[in-house]
Ligand binder design. Structure first.
Ligand SMILES: C[S@@+](CC[C@H](N)C(=O)[O-])C[C@H]1O[C@@H](n2cnc3c(N)ncnc32)[C@H](O)[C@@H]1O
Length: 693
């Protein structure tokens, strides 16, 4: 398919940003993604004037084969791009060239009408960024009083309306907006001369989007708090936390960053902000492996506040250059006006209702699968943070607009055993500093739970000045914390220690851990199942050499006994087969022979399903004492519902292979599907990871 056909399809499909993800994640695309993305962005940027040309020239009526988005991309290249329409596109090109005189004349007329005497002038204007510039004052090097009251920003006059700073006709480059929700946060018009401001060079101010400042603000740590920023690079929120602690704080921020290279960027950001004394960077360190219950980590044990801003789809990031496609026939395409007289078109914010209807965000299948995988990880990271013995406050944020990564993750996290056992809830709206903020969580995505939906905060990029964002605050009371001061069982502790020692000697597996998720591993559609209140079987994922026959495990009451130590939970009477509990009416009496045949058939079916798990090579490692250690895989287990056995065993097998291939066996502790997802028949959040307490 040609560049033009592909780009016309993309712009028509993607609404409200997310163009980059759509282009780069669509595997069916043949054109060069960078060329495609540039064409989409530039076309949408100029769609208002191009729409006028389309309308006045009546090209869609003359050339019946042209669709509106296709006409837009072709006209962009014909009228605006300096290279013209790509030569290879014969019929498409001809459809434009046949009408060349009329199109050029209409374009010139439209350009002059807008006051641009040349095409260059039109292009220069269109390069201006679209949103206000947000500036956060860094308390480690300056303060609000100094900048706002003592004259450093004296050329800017404070205003109360953020909308005046959008680059429209009445945009005010010499005004400043003081944000009422985040301390020390200011907004300026995009054209305000701040990029090379000396304050930026000294680190006294930082450019940070408004929504991205909310997590640290809502974490609201006391001056001497011990804090974790679990996923820290490039360090915007870490340095914001440091600024909130202030220069005299005796607190500490542990900044985890799994990616080694990104940890360097984090270090630079921390140094530029003058926050070295407050921040302890943990480079190339996976937060999911942090173990505050280890005696060697007793500083982590003091952590009370945790900021989680994990990897997400980034679907809320509306690139500064991205515009929204307005199909022909919508009011915006014809240049109609809002009631306030402003032109309603590609640069017009969607209404709040339009925006909050997250289901209207259209994504391709590959992107959807990626989002499911991300959601897995996001729940795990919250769950892990909730295990910190002294934690009382956690913020969870994403720059995603997908409920799958937002409300649904919050709901899943609240439903984990660790949240329930330790008394974690979302902070009620009335207690929240942003209780007046209008955009809250999507009720139906919170299973109709108003309290949870109300406690979530959403940002609309067009209205709120920057990116689409989501924040939720989890809290638990002091009483709850006192009730459960200790973390996991001692067995976990020892297993964790052994794992950490192995991790220290393992080579280069960390960086791949998350990014390496392969789409082919992910479910494309839910598999059917009957409802079971509890898992009915556990299966070991056994290494080939050790076991001739795979060893099913019988269910044991406590999860902590499973999966953390090699071989735990094995039923010595396995040869008799695990007992299966079934609901429903009493089965008809069967003869002994029938029973035996059925048993044999069931067994063969199971073996056929489990056998692929045995394909990986056994890896033997030396433990700290030099003794040969049992490979982690021996202790791995899958919690399998009978109806889903086939699907889960395939998935477990692929996880084993993937991890084996990157030499990282430590992650494989369990494979499980949260019970609430069984109820919804949603297999999207199949999880792997350390066993829960
Ligand atoms: C969305 S970015 C964080 C942005 C950061 N909070 C900021 O405001 O500058 C997510 C980061 O988390 C890191 N990350 C992902 N998984 C991690 C894990 N398990 N442990 C530590 N860091 C992780 C990624 O490498 C990435 O740098």
């Amino acid at each position: 398919m040609s560049l033009y056909l592909e780009s016309s399809k993309i712009i028509a499909r993607v609404n409200y940003g997310g163009l980059r993800a759509a282009v780069y994640s669509d595997r069916s695309i043949k054109s060069k993604p960078e060329q495609l993305y540039a064409l989409c962005v530039e076309t949408l940027k100029h769609q208002e004037i191009l729409n006028e040309v389309i309308e006045k020239s009546q090209i869609l009526k003359v050339e019946k084969k042209l669709t509106h988005p296709l006409a837009l991309v072709l006209l962009h290249d014909f009228l605006i791009s300096k290279n013209g329409i790509a030569a290879s596109d014969g019929p498409l090109k001809s459809s434009i060239l046949r009408n060349r005189a009329r199109l050029s004349a209409e374009f010139t007329r439209a350009r002059l009408k807008r006051g641009f005497s040349t095409k260059a002038a039109l292009l220069a204007k269109s390069q201006l960024p679209r949103f206000p510039r947000w500036v956060r004052i860094n308390n480690l090097k300056a303060n609000y009083d100094l900048l706002m009251n003592k004259g450093v920003f004296s050329e800017f006059t404070p205003i109360n309306e953020l909308s005046k700073l959008y680059p429209k006709r009445d945009c005010l480059p010499n005004k400043v907006y003081v944000d009422p929700y985040v301390d020390d946060l200011l907004a300026f018009a995009p054209s305000a001369p701040l990029l090379k401001h000396p304050l930026k060079k000294t680190g006294a101010i930082a450019f940070q989007d408004r929504a991205s400042c909310v997590p640290a603000q809502l974490l609201d740590p006391p001056r001497d708090a011990y804090i974790i920023d679990a996923t820290a690079a490039p360090g915007n929120k870490t340095t914001h936390l440091a600024s909130l602690l202030g220069p005299d704080s005796k607190g500490k921020i542990f900044a985890f960053e799994r990616d080694y290279r990104r940890a360097f960027t984090l270090k630079e950001t921390v140094e530029a902000a003058g926050a070295e004394n407050l921040v302890e960077i943990r480079p190339a360190t996976d937060f999911l492996r942090s173990a505050p219950w280890n005696p060697s980590e007793n500083e982590l044990n003091r952590v009370t506040h945790i900021l989680l801003d994990p990897s997400c789809s980034g679907s809320g990031i509306v690139e500064r250059e991205e515009y929204r496609y307005v199909p022909v026939g919508e009011p915006g395409a014809k240049g109609t006006r809002n009631s306030d007289g402003a032109s309603k078109g590609a640069n017009t914010p969607p209404s709040a209702a339009e925006y909050e209807d997250a289901k209207s965000w259209r994504t391709g299948a590959a992107e959807r699968d990626r989002i499911f995988a991300l959601a897995d990880f996001q729940v795990r990271i919250i769950e892990h943070a909730m295990r910190f013995p002294n934690a009382t406050r956690i913020t969870y944020s994403t720059c995603s607009i997908h409920a799958q990564e937002n409300e649904r993750v919050v709901m899943a996290a609240l439903n984990t055993p660790v949240a329930r056992n330790r008394g974690w809830v979302t902070e009620p709206r009335h207690l929240n500093r942003m209780k007046d903020w209008p955009r809250r969580g999507i009720l139906e995505e919170c299973n109709g739970n108003e309290q949870v939906a109300d406690s979530c905060i959403r940002f609309n990029p067009w209205v709120d000045g920057g990116i689409g964002f989501f924040v939720a605050v989890f809290i638990r009371s002091e009483q709850e914390r006192a009730r459960l001061p200790e973390a996991p069982a001692i067995k976990w502790d020892l297993a964790e220690k052994a794992r950490q020692e192995r991790a220290a000697t393992a080579e280069g597996s960390e960086e791949e851990e998350w990014e390496g998720i392969d789409d082919s591993d992910l479910p494309t559609e839910p598999s059917p199942r009957q409802l079971h209140p509890v898992p009915i079987r556990y299966y070991a994922i056994a290494p080939l050499e050790d076991t001739v026959e795979p060893e099913p495990l019988t269910p044991t009451p406590g999860r902590s006994e499973l999966g953390t130590s090699p071989g735990s939970g094995y039923d010595p009477n396995f040869s008799k087969g695990p007992k299966i509990r079934r609901g429903g009416s009493k089965p008809k009496k069967k003869t002994q022979r029938e029973k035996q045949r059925e048993k044999q058939q069931a067994r063969e079916k199971e073996l056929a399903l489990i056998r692929p798990m045995k394909m990986r090579e056994r890896t033997v490692r030396r433990g700290p004492s030099g003794a040969e250690e049992e490979d982690d895989i021996n202790g791995s287990w899958a919690e399998v519902f009978e109806d889903d056995l086939e699907y889960v065993s395939k998935r477990a097998n692929s996880i084993v292979k993937r991890n084996a291939s990157v030499g990282n066996l430590d992650r494989i502790k369990d494979v499980r599907i949260p019970p609430e997802d069984f109820d919804k028949r949603d297999f999207s959040r199949l999880q792997t990871g350390p066993s829960d307490d």
